[in-house]
Structures are given as structure tokens and as C-alpha cells.
Design a protein around this ligand. Sequence first.
Ligand code: AHR
Length: 508
Amino acid sequence: MNAFKHGLAVLGLIAASAHAANQVSIHIDAGKPGPVINKHVYGQFAEHLGTGVYEGMWVGTKSNIPNTRGWRNDVVDALKALHVPLVRWPGGCFADSYHWRDGIGPQDKRPSNVHGSHVEEINAVGTHEFFDLIDMLGADAYINGNVGSGSVQEMSDWVEYMTADGGSPLARLRAQNGHEKPFKVAYFGIGNELWGCGGNMKPDYYANLYSNYEHFLRAPQKARPKMIASGGDTEWTQVLSKELKGRTIGISVHQYTVPTGNWDVKGKALGFEEGEWISTLANTLKMDQIVKDHVAVLDKNDPEKKIGLMVDEWGTWYDEAGAKSALYQQNSLRDALVAALNFNIFHEHAERVTLTTIAQMVNVLQAMILTDKEKMVLTPTYYAFQMYVPFQDAKSLPLAITDNTRYTLGATTIPGVSASAARAKDGKMYLALVNTDPSKAVDVAVEVTGTKVKGAAGKVLTSVAMDAHNTFENPQVIEPAAFGTRAADGKLSIKVPAKAVMVVALEE
Ligand code: AHR
């Protein structure tokens, strides 16, 4: 379906549900801007896993797929349009068995080795290639180091290799390998999931290890990456925030959304019943309480607010049935709602949640992009990220929902509407709305103090089916459509269709 026809279909959806609309009121205080929503909240995770890097992004210079120094042009262009602010690499669990020296020097001389469940790693993408991608995207780099099977010396050398200038043998080696100037490492993660794949450790043990590693990470003062400690549950946050004061700027948390809540039978990516629609959204909304629980610990141990909560793995995780590569899954309208609900939660906690990276960028878990050889398709999650671009580095605005509707199915009830507002860098005020109800539209009465609002214009993402998705054969089944409305008698009312994500600029 082309964008015009899709727009008409969306208007049809709004009209069809007009008589059945729910009603809520939203109040925004434009005069009291809150914390800035760090653009790194919109970060992405690219792990050497499945076809996430090889095939999905990297095809090599000899490929027939158009590429720039090995990175496929279609994917890079699509990611550029998304204003990706940050990329975490090379893992994940992969990071804790990655040895950076395997990925430098002439590509044809690099070793092949085996990772995870005996997956061959060809090491064609290493440090230099990753920073080439980062440069093309105009993003910041978040490198994750190897604690699990590496050493202090190895990690220290890597940081020196990337960041040192002139008078260092490792800087000279970097120059020999084609990059005279230091790379800019914005963040450096010391290990990953140390409670599990990163080494089955206890938090106290890791806290000691972290201090040792961090102490020896050599970088020129002005180029020193911000160091992130890898966390776990609130016990980990408790120990790390007490023990690592002054040594870390963030503690990470990983939180995936599994539709059934059962890791053995997670639920399907497509063709699910309404029961799995609501359970997925209910499970993803748990992010709010999880963040609150960690923030409560941080508020106790770090009242100066020097340590951020970095949700550096989040997103949906479905059953892999018939997946063409590891952790490959389709992505539907439901995923777009999951993304938007999480964005609204992260905005709410903007003071502490200063970085997140969705898992993952391409072909793995809740991806922005899916590829099949030379074909590429953009997912509903891609469009959710695109619609929320104005929130990057915007100032959050206090927002209250009065008499929110409830969406209920069986024993599960969730809020009908989720919303977030901010004053963006372009000076405009933006409002994001999610309607979780798959059948009923909602009329949102918007009241703003501190300014007069004349109308709203932006984009809405919805469709007829809960699992509407794009395929290589039909890549435009679901795309955002234009939306606009005017205030009447000084009052602004926005009709949000059932099962929709909407982002509008409020005209003042
Ligand atoms: O994102 C996939 C995997 O999930 C990551 O490698 C790991 O950190 C997490 O368990």
C-alpha cells in the first residue's frame, strides 16, 4: 500500500471507531520544563549474533550488494534517517569472549574463531570497521569490553589502542592499521551480564574486578570514555552503586519483554491472539516499576545523581520457530507500541535513565531493519523510533492524565493511554500518545498551561491487524500516516485510533 492509500486507511480506522471512542484528558505544563531526555536514550545495540552484523549490515567490499567499505548502503542510509545517536558493540554475551586483536590489521590475515554455540566469527568487522560505521551514522560509540574471558591487560590495551595519541606504541599500531587519529569512545562497558554469560559472578566479586579493570584503563584525560558497570537485579545495583562511587557513570540493566512471561514458551511474533497482545503490553509496562526500584536504590546510595541507570538491552523476545538466523524475529505493530511505551517510561525517568540501547539494530530480536540477501525492509519499530526523533535531547514537560481509560481482557487490565510531552531542540512542543486498546479509539482532550495551543500535526502509526507487519514482498503494509487537527473554541481534542502510536507537534 502506498503512503497516500495508507493515510486514507488510517483515517478510515479513525472514522470507523468514532462512535466507540473512549475519552481522557491530558494536562501539560509548558512553563515547567523538567530534565533533558538524553538523546542516548534512543541508542541501538549491534551484536555479532545471527545476521545482526554480517549480512544484516556488513557484506564486505566484494559483495554485489551496494556497499561502502563493506557496509551495505541501503541499511546505512535507513539508519542515518533514524538519527541513531549511539551504538553499543560488539555484544552482549559475545563481548565476553571477544578478543579485540583478532579484529585489527589486514582483513585477509585475521583469524576465524568460534563463539557462543559454535558460531564462526570471521573477524572482518573489528574496531576500525565499527568506527567507520559510527562515522557514517554520525553516532557515538559505546564499546563493551571483555571481563569474562579477557584480562585487565587486554582491556587496557584496547582502550589505549582506541584513544591514545602520538607517543604510544598502540597508537602507532592504530596508525599503521590506517587510523592515525584516535577514535572517540563515548562510553566503555566493563563486561556484560556478569551474573550469567559474563562469568556467573556475585556482585561483590564483580565490584572488585570492576575497580581493578577501571583502574588500569588508560586513556588521555580528555578522551577518557565514560565507564559503565554491568548490573543485574536491584541487589547488583545496591552493591555496585555503593562500591563503585566515582568510578562509574552508569549501571546497566537488561529487561526483555516476553509475551507469556515464560522463557520456555515465549510466544509468537505474528498470528497471536488478543491475550498475547495485552500480556505483551502488560509485561513491557513492568519496565516502569523496574526502573523505579533501581532508581530508589540509586537515590539512597547516590543522592548526588552521578550514576545513571543504563537500560542497555531491552525489547521483545519471541519464540524462534523457523527463524532464518539466530534470534531473527518478525516485528509488528505490537512491537511499535512496545517501543513507544518504553520511550514514554524512559522520558518519565529522564533524570536517571540517560542511556538505553534496544536489542537489536538489524535482524536480531526487536530490530529496526530486516534483511534477506539484497532485500531490506523497515519494521514498525523503525517507524516508532523515527516518530520519536524530536524527543532526542528535548526538555521533558510535566504531563498528567486525568481519568485514564483502562483496557481490560480477562484478568489483565492496563492503562488505555500512555503519553509524554517535551520541548524539542527545534523550539516546538511535542506530544506522544499510545492507545493500547486494540478495538477502541480514544478522544484525548489536551490542555496546556503556559501557552495557547491552536492545533496538532504529526504522524500516526496503526493498522487493522494487531500483527500488521512489513515483508520483503510487501514492504509498505504498515507505515506512519500524516495526522493533523485544529483546536475548536480554544480546545484541542485529538482522536487517537485503536492500537496506535502518535507523535504530534503542538502548534502554539
Ligand atoms: O541480546 C541478546 C543477548 O541477550 C545478549 O547477548 C545478552 O547480553 C543477553 O542475554
